[in-house]
Design a protein around this ligand. Structure first.
Ligand SMILES: *[C@@H]1O[C@H](CO)[C@@H](O)[C@H](O)[C@H]1NC(C)=O
Ligand SMILES: *[C@@H]1O[C@H](CO)[C@@H](O)[C@H](O)[C@H]1NC(C)=O
Ligand SMILES: *[C@@H]1O[C@H](CO)[C@@H](O)[C@H](O)[C@H]1NC(C)=O
Ligand SMILES: *[C@@H]1O[C@H](CO)[C@@H](O)[C@H](O)[C@H]1NC(C)=O
Ligand SMILES: *[C@@H]1O[C@H](CO)[C@@H](O)[C@H](O)[C@H]1NC(C)=O
Ligand SMILES: *[C@@H]1O[C@H](CO)[C@@H](O)[C@H](O)[C@H]1NC(C)=O
Ligand SMILES: *[C@@H]1O[C@H](CO)[C@@H](O)[C@H](O)[C@H]1NC(C)=O
Ligand SMILES: *[C@@H]1O[C@H](CO)[C@@H](O)[C@H](O)[C@H]1NC(C)=O
Ligand SMILES: *[C@@H]1O[C@H](CO)[C@@H](O)[C@H](O)[C@H]1NC(C)=O
Ligand SMILES: *[C@@H]1O[C@H](CO)[C@@H](O)[C@H](O)[C@H]1NC(C)=O
Ligand SMILES: *[C@@H]1O[C@H](CO)[C@@H](O)[C@H](O)[C@H]1NC(C)=O
Ligand SMILES: *[C@@H]1O[C@H](CO)[C@@H](O)[C@H](O)[C@H]1NC(C)=O
Length: 764
């Protein structure tokens, strides 16, 4: 310790001597007066409000601007050659003074992270800094367009303008920067085309034009709604032979029909991002000319979200070109055809992410894919792959994400999958798999958070005492056979948010702990089972205030044998599907003083009876209400008129009587109103035609309406289905010839008379 301390002291003394010497040199006044003034103007423009740049003063002690924070002068000429004012987190300043241009000996200028509140344009005077080699204006909030004067900076090697507020076109003058090695213009939505002059940038190693999320938002928000994104034919690219990093996502390359040849010329390429570029297959006739030579370098390729279709060509091009890929994303194209076994062989050594999802690939999945020991993500979902998975998956020990859903894979799954202990997501849904799944299939999957086995023919054979190693967030087990008893192992899943155990052959009662667990779920589907009993949750006192996702929750308990009262707390959920059960009353749900977030409520085909309670005042968010096929009687409650967002009301198949409640005149968003098969009477109200102008479907058949069909019905321009059959209506079917209030021609779709003359079914 002593020794080290001693050495430190000596070092400190040496440093102190050096510092004293340099500041003595400073005091001799080597700072150039005009440059000091220019720096002062800069500081004034910034309007600094704290200690930053406090060394930039005009007191006697501070005159030596070469000692100022961020300023470096040349030892020979005393000119300011470096100005480094960068901030790693944003610093809020007002604006930039054009006096910047007076620092004409600058070689290095870094203003990154200064957030200019007044979004000044990049000052054209920057074009006077003709000695600049390094210019960093990233994250600065500069606005306006890129000034063509940047093209004067002939010695520039490094130019970074990412994430500012600039927009517009790319000036061709950038093509003058023959020494440029690094060009980062990402985070913007430029328009126009990439100037052909870019081909002069023959020393470029790094080019980033990724608009990123902020740029993408601007593309989408452009005024006329048309996409105005930057486009290019890539003719300039083939000469940039030193490129290592090329990121051009969202660039419109639909006219770059030779992209493959142009990219193939880039023999030093390591990173290639052409995601979302409207790429189409390159002209195949000259394929031999595209023989690429990335063999020692290319590690990242993203060509997802394009319109590539010829998989054999693309795959053989990549395969012949590189053996060093780490990431390959070709998802969301229209790739057709099969994948050869050799493709996987070539990729084996280094690949970590392979994403071919959302294509039309078919045939077997190459067995070699399952031998790539470095893989962490394998996504082949949403294709047409057939065949079985190999038994031996042991080489995929690094695998974290396996997505094979929505294919036509068959056979059973070997227990070996339970050894892939790094798995966090396993998705085999919507295939033709079958067979027993035992505890061994999950034995070491302790990191699993997403499990989707839905819509196969899997049968769970696990003991009632099974305590799975995982703690799932998402469990989609729809149409797996989990029954006959309610799966007890769900008790151990404390953090589940998304659970689908519909069509799972479960019968019997739901254990009480489950209802409490369900309060936290965003999505729960128990439908299409044979579950009996009542819904009885112990609602924590803070439930309504504590749980934040109130208006996201969806529950589907339909097609079961639930009975009793529908509990009040369900009205907190956004979507409740309870149809086809045996519930006997909904009064608690409708009339309790609990929070009401429901947008979608389906209580149809239950045993709900009595008068429909007049409790709709708090259901203002409701969009769809289905009460059909129950035993309600009495009048339609007046408060239905509070449903001012309602688009669809279904009351058919009950015993409602009296007139259609005139309060519905407020429900002007209504598109579907079906009250067929009731005992409703009176006349068909004319306010329907006058006020409910968005109506598409009006079903009032099998009631006791009498009188004329009101003329106002002719106003319902959107109407597709009008069914008034089985009533006691009289008079004539209204036509515009008898209607003077409308200038619209009589809608031809009101053509067809059906049944007796009081029965009209008019279809589109
Ligand atoms: C100026 O000289 C010092 C000491 O020799 C040296 O450390 C520094 O790098 C030089 N500065 C420039 C800009 O050349
Ligand atoms: C840049 O390229 C253009 C053609 O695109 C050429 O006319 C011009 O001379 C080049 N500029 C320089 C500085 O080489
Ligand atoms: C892409 O560019 C082509 C012409 O090169 C144009 O027809 C097309 O509309 C553009 N697409 C988008 C999405 O901007
Ligand atoms: C490829 O074929 C098309 C049409 O068949 C032709 O116009 C084009 O010149 C060919 N390209 C090459 C590089 O031969
Ligand atoms: C491939 O690239 C390497 C290194 O860049 C080079 O030495 C070799 O000649 C190139 N081969 C071909 C066929 O272009
Ligand atoms: C890939 O290499 C094979 C054999 O070396 C050749 O037949 C094929 O044309 C090449 N494909 C491409 C796209 O270069
Ligand atoms: C999990 O992956 C890491 C590397 O990502 C690997 O070192 C480890 O062996 C894997 N775990 C198992 C059990 O194979
Ligand atoms: C799986 O599907 C293939 C055809 O895609 C069929 O030949 C094979 O018999 C099926 N195997 C099983 C176990 O169903
Ligand atoms: C798996 O979980 C263990 C412990 O929870 C953790 O240390 C490890 O990093 C996880 N592995 C992966 C690949 O996430
Ligand atoms: C289910 O698992 C148990 C215990 O592991 C076993 O005895 C039984 O045979 C399995 N059921 C079927 C249908 O294979
Ligand atoms: C619940 O599952 C059934 C059957 O799997 C499905 O038809 C229904 O759409 C699901 N319900 C919801 C709300 O997603
Ligand atoms: C209503 O449920 C019964 C069984 O409870 C079923 O037979 C009937 O088909 C269902 N009706 C409708 C319209 O779904």
């Amino acid at each position: 310790m002593m020794m080290n301390g001693g050495v430190d002291v000596v070092l400190m003394m040496v440093l102190a001597v050096i510092l004293a010497w340099t500041s003595a040199a400073g005091a001799s006044g080597k700072c150039i007066g005009s440059e000091r003034q220019a720096l002062f103007s800069l500081k004034r423009g910034f309007n600094v409000h704290d200690n930053w740049l406090s060394s930039w003063g005009d007191g006697e002690q501070q005159k030596e601007c070469c000692n100022w924070e961020g300023v470096t002068c040349s030892n020979n000429t005393c000119h300011v050659v470096m100005l480094d004012l960068h901030h790693d987190t944003f610093y809020i300043a007002d604006t930039i003074s054009p006096s910047l241009g007076e620092l004409s000996h600058l070689i290095y200028l870094d203003l990154s992270g200064i957030d200019f509140m007044l979004t000044p344009p990049i000052p054209p005077s920057i074009g006077s800094l003709t000695l600049l080699k390094h210019l960093d204006l990233s994250h600065t909030s500069f606005g306006g367009e890129i000034p063509p004067q940047l093209g004067n900076l002939l010695f520039l090697e490094y130019l970074d303008i990412k994430h500012t507020n600039i927009y517009g076109t790319l000036p061709p003058h950038l093509g003058n920067l023959l020494y440029l090695e690094h060009l980062d213009l990402s985070g913007h939505a430029f328009t126009g085309t990439i100037p052909g002059q870019f081909k002069n940038l023959s020393r470029l190693q790094y080019l980033d034009l990724n608009p990123g999320p902020s740029g993408r938002d601007n593309i989408l928000n452009s005024d006329n709604g048309e996409s105005m994104s930057l486009s290019s034919d890539l003719e300039w690219l083939s000469q940039l032979s030193t490129l290592r990093y090329l990121s051009l996502p969202e660039l419109n390359l639909s006219s770059a029909t030779n992209w493959q040849r142009q990219v193939s010329g880039l023999s030093h390429l390591q990173y290639l991002d052409l995601n979302g570029c409207n790429l189409v297959d390159s002209m195949p006739n000259s394929s031999l000319a595209y023989h690429a030579n990335f063999s020692t370098s290319l590690s990242f390729v993203d060509m997802s979200d394009n319109s590539l279709t010829d998989s054999s060509f693309i795959f053989s091009w990549l395969m012949n070109s590189t053996s060093t890929l780490v990431t390959l994303r070709m998802n969301d194209n229209g790739l057709t055809g099969t994948i050869t076994e050799t493709f996987g062989d070539k990729l084996m050594s280094s690949l970590e992410e392979l994403n071919l999802a959302n294509n039309e690939l078919e045939g077997q999945i190459p067995v070699s894919f399952f031998h790539i020991g470095s893989l962490t993500t394998l996504d082949l979902s949403h294709n047409r792959f057939t065949g079985m998975l190999p038994e031996d998956l042991s080489q995929l020990s690094s695998l974290q994400v396996l997505r094979l859903e929505n294919n036509r894979l068959n056979g059973s799954i070997h227990e070996g999958i339970g050894q892939l202990s790094n798995l966090t997501e396993l998705n085999l849904g919507n295939n033709l798999f079958h067979g027993l799944l035992s505890e061994a299939h999950f034995l070491r999957l302790s990191n699993l958070t997403t499990l989707d086995l839905s819509h196969n023919a899997f049968v769970f054979n696990v003991s009632v005492k099974w305590s799975p190693p995982f703690d799932l967030r998402v469990a989609n087990l729809a149409s797996c056979n989990l029954g006959p008893n309610f799966p007890r192992w769900l008790h151990t899943q404390m953090n589940i948010e998304n659970l689908d155990i519909s069509q799972a052959q479960i019968s019997g009662l739901v254990p009480n702990w489950f209802w409490d667990r369900s309060l936290k779920m965003l999505y729960m589907n128990l439908s299409h089972n044979h579950i009996r009993g009542k819904i009885e949750a112990q609602i924590p006192t803070n439930y309504y205030t504590y749980f934040p996702y109130d208006d996201l929750q969806t529950i589907d308990y339909s097609f079961n044998l639930f009975e009793g009262s529908i509990p009040a707390f369900l009205s907190k959920h956004a979507e409740i599907f309870l149809s086809n059960n045996r519930f006997s009353t909904a009064n608690l749900l409708l009339c309790s003083d609990t929070c009401k977030n429901t947008r979608f409520m389906d209580l149809s085909n239950n045993s709900l009876s009595g008068e429909l309670p007049d409790c709709w005042i708090d259901f203002g968010k409701l969009v769809v209400l289905d009460l059909s096929d129950n035993h309600f009687h009495g009048n339609m409650p007046k408060s239905l008129g509070s449903l001012t967002n309602i688009q669809s009301i279904h009351l058919g198949g009950n015993n409602f009587s009296g007139e259609i409640s005139s309060s519905l005149i407020n429900c002007i968003e209504l598109q579907v109103f079906d009250a067929s098969d009731n005992q409703l009477s009176g006349t068909i109200p004319s306010w329907i035609g006058d006020n409910i102008r968005k109506l598409l479907v009006l079903g009032l058949h099998s009631n006791k309406f009498h009188g004329n069909i009101p003329l106002s019905m002719c106003n319902l321009d959107e109407l597709r289905v009008l069914d008034l059959s089985q009533n006691v209506l009289s008079g004539r079917i209204p036509t515009t010839t008898t209607t003077t209030t409308t200038t619209k021609p009589y809608p031809t779709r009101w053509g067809r008379l059906h049944g007796s003359n009081d029965a009209i079914v008019l279809y589109h």
